[in-house]
Design a protein around this ligand. Sequence first.
Ligand code: 5GP
Length: 131
Amino acid sequence: MATIFSRIVAGEIPCYKIAEDERFFAFLDINPLAKGHTLVIPKQEVDYLFDLDDEVLGAMQVFAKRVAVAIKKAFPCLKVGQAVLGLEVPHAHIHLVPMQSEKDMLFSNPKLQLSPEEFAEVQRKIVEAME
Ligand code: 5GP
């Protein structure tokens, strides 16, 4: 059975898409730690990030870099932090989170409750920054 993230890539489940190429896909996390919190995934269904082939993992990191640069432009921050957990969804993904300090990367922090309009605005800003 397809993972929830594969169903997002297929368009069966809606998302706020940020970027896509033949192999990778980026979209807003539905329970963001901060405005701009984005997930980067391979379209290939692999559970554990470090099971990806070296070449795919490298290319995914370069793709994530492009997204991170745009997030930082759209949501000025000290740095965009990167985290890999994968405890909830068994489809490899990188979290990109704008941060001002270390505590902004705590996944135990309360998540933001954004309206559809707010999500769309976050999406628009990052997508524009990628152009
Ligand atoms: P992890 O597997 O890294 O522990 O957490 C999975 C992440 O995916 C969580 O931050 C969660 O909010 C996000 N997530 C889970 N299901 C969905 C979904 O259907 N859509 C989106 N956009 N994000 C999701």
